[in-house]
Design a binder for this molecule. Structure first.
Ligand code: GUN
Ligand code: ZN
Length: 444
């Protein structure tokens, strides 16, 4: 009999393998209405039907009973900026002006380790209270910002990938560095944090416009010296941005070619947005096995454009969902999926709940090259999951009651759901967040 330390009963939904096309998703999906999940040492031992599993229970009275709840693998946020938490929802601008007016001033504050520590704690609580257990995160140019975030994530045992922004031009002096400084500070952070516990390091050049050829050369050197690190940047988000890149790098054939030229594409490279790619760029992403982060709330909020989900499948490019806070307007994956559906609607692509939850879990894990560790409930996977209450408001209760099957119920959940639906969040086999356990403040 398998040994276990925790047993959890509830309804479970996950995907048992990575999909090559959306047609495979319903077959790969697994829904166990009355299931039993066994854990040991932060890992999954098994997921079975309650009927089959209960005979293996050594302490049946100790089962954690989540009947009536839906338990899914922890959400994976493939693109987010932790320092932008405090300027989410800034009015009136598109990308380049938004960066100048709102983003850069806020990021300047992260030279202060105390501020960085306070905001790191706040940021991770926002992730967990929204059911997100893994994220690929931008810091600021200050190494202190990343030290603070990794320290906080390490205490929680989260699987997190992050990096210090690298930038040396076209940004205020207070946020730029020399290529040599950027190289040295990044190296020190890699030595300190990469592969420590569940933490990993991402080389994080902000985007091509804030990177000189010399800086990109340093990023290439770091990627060659530390080939198992990640590469995280922005690509083809906004038309003016793309024109600017073409004028800054006239020798390159396009935006992605800037990164590709410096050997920054690859299996652990994640490019946020990719809203306006050329055919040859889709080919390059596929051929290099690079991944993209689809950030629906951000693309709508900044008016950047509509990500092409269908083309992403057709071109066989790995994709995950990003909230892109603070251009994105929510930490919540359910709300982000709902906006993703609307982005699809505007292009006659119907994003089913099945597909949406795939992107938010195993698909995102695959995009981050973490699918051997997280993303579903297969034995040996790390026990990161979220317990969802499918109906927390009168409207949700009414609408769930008249939904016929799990597909419809999950679609209603993603369309009407938000952080109130996150009952609890588990990381590495520990419950790290619970609805209603937080003081509700002064209002009695
Ligand atoms: N491109 C370069 N920097 C940023 C950023 O901070 N947010 C977004 N959305 N796009 C960027
Ligand atoms: Zn971003």
């Amino acid at each position: 009999l398998p040994t276990y330390t925790q047993a959890i009963r509830g309804s479970f939904f996950d995907f048992t393998a990575v999909a090559e096309n959306p047609g495979q998703l319903t077959e790969l999906a697994r829904y166990i209405e009355d299931g039993l999940l066994l854990l040991n040492g932060g890992k999954i031992v098994s997921l079975q039907n309650w009927e089959e599993g209960q005979s293996q229970l050594s302490y049946p009275q100790a089962v954690i009973d989540y009947r009536g709840k839906l338990i899914v693998p922890g959400f994976v946020d493939t693109h987010i900026h932790y320092p932008q938490t405090e300027m989410i929802g800034a009015f009136g601008e598109q990308l380049l002006e938004w960066l100048q007016h709102y983003t850069f001033p806020v990021e300047s504050q992260y030279h202060c380790p105390t501020h960085a520590a306070n905001m790191s704690a706040f940021f991770l609580q926002q992730l967990l209270s929204n059911g997100t257990t893994t994220a690929l995160v931008f810091g600021t140019v200050h190494p202190q910002s990343v030290d603070a975030l990794f320290e906080a994530a390490h205490r929680l045992n989260m699987r997190l990938i992050a990096g210090k922004v690298m930038m040396d031009c076209n940004a205020p002096d207070y946020l730029t560095e020399t290529p040599e400084q950027s190289y040295q500070q990044t190296r020190e952070l890699i030595d300190r944090w990469h592969n420590r516990g569940r933490l990993s390091y991402a080389l994080t050049p902000r985007f091509a416009p804030t990177s000189s050829p010399a800086l990109l050369g340093k990023v290439r050197q770091l990627k060659a010296e530390f080939p198992d690190t990640w590469l995280h940047t922005h690509l083809s988000e906004n038309p003016q941005e793309i024109e600017w890149v073409k004028s800054l790098f006239p020798d390159r054939s396009g935006y992605l070619d800037v990164y590709d030229h410096y050997q920054l594409t690859g299996r652990r490279s994640v490019f946020a947005h990719c809203v306006h790619l050329e055919d040859s760029e889709w080919d390059c992403l596929h051929d290099t096995d690079s991944a993209v982060a689809f950030c629906p709330t951000s693309n709508l909020f900044l008016g950047s454009g509509l990500f092409n989900l269908k083309r992403c499948w057709d071109r066989q490019v790995k994709m995950g969902i990003g909230t892109d806070v603070g251009a994105g307007t929510t930490f919540n994956m359910l709300k982000t999926l709902a906006e993703g559906y609307k982005v699809g609607q505007l292009q006659r692509y119907s994003l089913s709940a099945c597909e949406a939850f795939y992107h938010a879990t195993l698909g995102g894990a695959k995009a981050l090259d973490l699918d051997s560790h997280i993303g579903n409930f297969l034995p040996g996977k790390e026990a990161d999951f979220v317990v969802i209450d499918p109906a927390v408001s009168e409207l949700q209760k009414m609408r769930q009651a008249n939904s016929r099957d799990i597909g419809e119920k999950m679609f209603v959940l993603m369309t009407l759901g938000d952080d109130r639906n996150i009952a609890s969040t588990w990381v590495n086999g520990q419950c790290v967040w619970q609805q209603n356990s937080v003081e509700k403040g002064e209002i009695a």
